[in-house]
Ligand binder design. Structure first.
Ligand SMILES: Cc1cc2nc3c(=O)[nH]c(=O)nc-3n(C[C@H](O)[C@H](O)[C@H](O)COP(=O)(O)O)c2cc1C
Length: 208
């Protein structure tokens, strides 16, 4: 599994970077290939297509998630490149978890409503040095990642009939429709892609 930690922080070697290094080490110990990349709002994020898991991490300054990460989501091409990606996210902040869940996490999540967010975590200042809490986060992320991967394998079973039907639509649309149908099956918990399920998916997506 290839993971990238996309982050922002104004503090070089600060608490966010310290957490990222611990997360990276733990992921690498589990066999993952890990990179960390500091966000610039207008950078080109097309490289993240090569990664299976994206971890977004940033501190909060003056009630806002650090600006380069927010900027990349708001103005850059990060959001479009995160489409269909498995994402985990964390924030570091001085506020309590409850407050941060209401005020700060939505600043990221509003951009990611169509994504599968595996785990979201707030690290308030008083737990920043507790490695066990960071370890738990990584374990949760790996577990959620593995669960969704195995579910996807199950949901990807097409019946013969539905496979035949797929062949009847224009070839340039087939791979796009196949991905959409498999995502629908995964999200809705279908183990098999049947003609009935395809009809439901088309109805719900406003298809013809
Ligand atoms: C200038 C400044 C502003 C901050 N504003 C907030 C804030 O509005 N809400 C909050 O919960 N924490 C706030 N914090 C706390 C930081 O989010 C927290 O210390 C974080 O771990 C800093 O990460 P860093 O070491 O990577 O910079 C602020 C910290 C600084 C230095």
């Amino acid at each position: 599994m290839k993971a990238v930690i996309l982050y922002d922080s104004k503090t070089s070697g600060g608490s966010t970077e310290a957490i990222i290094d611990t997360i990276g080490l733990k992921l690498a110990e589990s066999g993952a290939y890990v990179e960390k990349v500091k966000c610039k709002a207008l950078a080109d994020y097309s490289f993240i297509k090569e990664f299976d898991l994206i971890i977004l991490g940033a501190p909060v300054y003056y009630f806002l998630v650090a600006s380069q990460l927010l900027g990349a989501l708001n103005y850059g091409n990060l959001k479009i490149n995160l489409k269909r990606k498995k994402i985990a996210m964390f924030l570091t902040c001085g506020s309590s978890e409850a407050m941060a869940a209401v005020l700060y996490l939505p600043q990221l999540k509003i951009h990611l409503i169509t994504n599968k967010i595996l785990v979201e975590k707030i690290f308030p200042s008083n737990v920043l040095h507790e490695n066990s809490i960071i370890d738990e986060f990584v374990i949760d992320v790996l577990q959620a990642y593995n669960n969704t991967s195995s579910q996807k394998a199950l949901s990807a079973k097409w019946t013969d009939e539905s496979r035949e039907w797929l062949q009847t639509i224009p070839s340039f649309l087939q791979s796009k429709f196949k991905i959409m149908a498999e995502e629908y099956a995964e999200n809705m918990g279908y183990k098999e892609i049947t003609l009935e399920m395809l009809q439901l998916a088309r109805d719900e997506m406003g298809g013809t």
